[in-house]
Design a protein around this ligand. Structure first.
Ligand SMILES: [Zn+2]
Length: 288
């Protein structure tokens, strides 16, 4: 098709051929351990020793190219059409967290899976045909108990001008308590009181947004949150996905308190690790 006047071909974002890496989630997780796979951006998959797979905020399609975003990686860690998942959680209805194309693939490959999210994400679940008995809308501080896994939707501050419900999630996989911040607005002072009950629960691991793009939690506030939560391990996220919206994680490291006892685990895009209960020391500590 001919370009429209003023459009230039070299301005178009590249759309990579679709490629996937191996699915390490097929491996068994030993008792007392939890598998964690970074799907990129804010997306993570957790696998328990009981073979339950929970995914949060999967972006496994090139949908964001249509919005002018340029993907850094030309492949995805897993194929959403060929992955076993039991529960999917979305934090909010932005394309990099509630992606119709990815959710459609996951749903079609896993008709027994259950999907959870705030109202706007729930509307998306309905749009793509997930039946009502497989999709749930969560209100703030909802608690769901799933085969020994407990999940609570916790406060996150909307990052966009348009009012969209944002949540973080507090996951409890047996002995592992993991706080995923989701996207949450920079300027913790304005809403710290709303996340204090999440903070006092002393999560073992904090998966935190460190990228200030689009008014998100930047390195300064992320480092402050780490000090407040004081988890055993910290996994920075929401970078290394889009050329237009990324950050050097060293910026985050530079803001961390020297007195911090937490161990920072920089996962590579698509990397899989397993952690042991109460033992962040079992996780390799890497520089960015
Ligand atoms: Zn985001």
């Amino acid at each position: 098709m001919a370009n429209l006047p003023g459009e230039r071909e070299d301005k178009m974002p590249p759309i990579w051929p679709r490629k996937y890496r191996s699915i390490q989630l097929r491996d068994k997780v030993k008792p007392g351990e939890l598998g964690i796979l970074w799907l990129g951006q804010g997306g993570f998959a957790f696998k328990t020793s009981e073979n339950k797979v929970v995914i949060v905020d999967p972006l496994l399609s090139f949908s964001a190219s249509k919005d002018g975003m340029t993907y850094i990686h030309s492949h995805f860690p897993v194929d959403p059409n060929n992955i076993k998942v039991d529960y999917v959680f979305c934090t909010h209805m932005h394309g990099d967290h509630t992606d119709e194309e990815t959710l459609t693939s996951l749903w079609q490959a896993n008709p027994e899976a259950n999907f959870y999210g705030p109202l706007e994400s729930y509307d998306c679940f309905q749009r793509i045909g997930i039946p009502r008995n497989r999709a749930s809308v969560l209100s703030l501080d909802s608690i769901v108990n799933l085969d020994g896994i407990r999940v609570q939707s916790v406060y996150a501050e909307c990052t966009s001008k348009e009012k969209i419900t944002h949540y973080g999630y507090l996951f409890e996989f047996g002995p592992f308590r993991i706080y995923v911040t989701g996207d949450t607005k920079v300027g913790l002072e304005g809403y710290l009181n709303k996340i204090k009950w999440t903070v006092v629960k002393k999560p073992d691991a904090l998966i935190v947004c460190i990228n200030r793009g689009f008014s998100n939690l930047g390195p300064e506030d992320a480092a402050r949150l780490v000090s407040l939560v004081s988890p055993e391990i910290v996994i920075p996220m929401h970078y290394d996905c889009f050329v237009e919206n990324t950050i050097d994680p060293a910026e985050f490291v530079n803001k961390l308190s020297p007195a911090l006892c937490s161990r920072v685990v920089f996962m590579k895009y698509g990397e899989y690790i397993s952690i042991k209960a109460k033992a962040a020391r079992h996780v390799p500590n890497r520089a960015p």
